[in-house]
Design a protein around this ligand. Structure first.
Ligand code: PMP
Length: 448
């Protein structure tokens, strides 16, 4: 259906336009190659559209400006790290106040209990711990789950992503074996030994795998968001809870991205009953912090080990974790953002986005679709996938690169790796409509 030569020509023109309009970012990217591996501080920063990543100068609310003075509508929002909107004044004040009164001491600060109580109120789990990142929180939870159950394996969904946790970087091969996810570099251990992998939306497969009795916990997002949005089929999550309970497997819900569903994530919105819950990224308003909550019975079972003399070498740690800066930023964020009233603005904007994109598909009779989860939306070049493997197979790098670069060249930043847009209370209907018209132009140019 897509004329690939036409696509390549359009993309080449967009690449030229990008080079011509970003001379300062180009200079900085060239200089960076002298001292930074591949010219970037983090490997995935090479994956932005265009020949080099933009260097940003300032970000506020739903917008940022690059070093060439161009302003963008930010639909990436730091891949959820800035879901609140950038540079919240309350967070800036809390950071500044803490910076002059001490940032890290290894002692609890006065904000710690407030943060835990607020997380308990939002997510319905009574007991909390802090971590530096959602990756760390997941790693810690997996250790605790093994310690509690005495079982050797963890289970995850096929094509999940939970951060750089080695044992979660696993997928099912075409013959159903657990293998390392393509791209995983230098894994610590063979994932076939650590991990059970099941397809999303497949209760029978989950039941069969957990029945083997060797799985400590199932770690999952309530909707996959890292291979595009894959929504749970009706009844699936209730089934997951029943099956995990039946087999004595702890259910860990990772709400790091699905917090876009509301102030208490999808767990609160959909009445889920996890044993443990992980949340990260957005809760610090941009400051690195994550947290994990647990039921009273998990907390009770963990209290013994937590009070053990050797807890400092338990493999659950981080000297700067739970520091005063992170807690002050989290308190400021949770008291002024990601509340009902904020979602009441952001979610309708995501709805407006899906309506606009769906209309473009209809106008051109394209069999493409757009999905939404709360304030997050994503378009697909196919019908909505039901599993991670279907989603992975639907990826089209050339098409995605074209749409991303077309949007960037017209002042819109999409989330890299897939076609995701995230909305904050600072976005406006005009921002959404700008995307819709830019996207419609890109589709028209492509179809000729
Ligand atoms: N869990 C989920 C669901 C995520 O999407 C991510 C990152 N995209 C993480 C955990 C890891 O977060 P971080 O990279 O901040 O550790």
């Amino acid at each position: 259906m897509i004329d690939r030569d036409r696509l390549a020509a359009l993309r080449a023109a967009e690449e030229e336009r990008f080079l011509a309009t970003h001379p300062r970012s180009a200079e900085l990217a060239t200089a960076a190659r002298g001292s930074l591996l591949a010219g970037v501080p983090m490997p995935w920063m090479t994956r932005w559209p265009g020949a080099f990543p933009l260097t940003f100068a300032e970000a506020r609310g739903a917008r940022f400006t690059d070093v060439d003075g161009i302003e963008y509508v930010d639909l990436c929002l730091g891949d959820t790290g800035a879901m609140t909107g950038h540079a919240l004044p309350a967070v800036a004040e809390a950071i500044a106040a803490r910076a002059t009164t001490g940032l890290t001491t290894m002692l609890p600060s006065t904000d710690a209990t407030w943060v835990a109580e607020e997380l308990a109120r939002r997510f319905g789990l009574p007991c909390w711990q802090l971590a530096m990142s959602a990756t760390d929180a997941n790693r810690f939870v997996l250790r605790f789950a093994r310690a509690l159950t005495g079982r050797p394996r963890i289970a995850v969904m096929d094509w999940c992503y939970h951060g750089t946790v080695d044992e979660t970087l696993a997928v099912l091969s075409s013959t159903g074996e657990v293998i390392a996810r393509p791209g995983a570099l230098g894994p610590q251990v063979d994932v076939a030994l650590t991990t059970a992998v099941v397809p999303f939306n497949d209760l029978d497969a989950l039941d069969r795998r957990l029945a083997l009795g060797d799985v400590a916990c199932l770690l999952m997002e309530p909707a996959l968001t890292n291979i595009g949005i894959v929504l749970p089929a009706p009844g699936y999550l209730e089934g997951v809870r029943a099956v995990t309970r039946e087999h004595g497997v702890l259910l860990v819900i990772d709400e790091t991205h699905t917090m876009c569903a509301g102030p208490g994530g999808a767990s609160a919105a959909w009445g889920l009953e996890p044993d443990l819950l992980v949340v990260g990224k957005a809760i610090g308003g941009g400051v690195p912090v994550a947290a994990y909550g647990m039921t009273a019975s998990v907390a009770e079972a963990l209290t013994g080990p937590m009070l053990g003399h050797e807890i400092d070498v338990a493999g659950v740690g981080g000297t700067l974790t739970g520091n005063a800066l992170a807690l002050a930023a989290t308190r400021a964020t949770l008291s002024t953002a990601l509340r009902e009233e904020d979602f009441a603005i952001a979610v309708p904007l995501a709805e407006r986005f899906t309506d606009g994109v769906a209309e473009v598909f209809e106008q051109h009779s394209l069999p493409w679709t757009v999905q939404r989860l709360g304030a997050r939306a994503e378009y697909w070049f196919c019908p909505p996938p039901r599993t991670g493997a279907e989603a992975a197979a639907a990826g089209d790098e050339e098409l995605e690169a074209y749409f991303h670069l077309w949007a960037l060249n017209r002042g819109i930043l999409l989330t890299p790796f897939h076609n995701m847009a995230l909305f904050s209370p600072f976005h406006t209907a005009a921002d959404v409509d700008l995307h819709t018209s830019v996207f419609a132009e890109a589709v028209s140019a492509l179809l000729g």
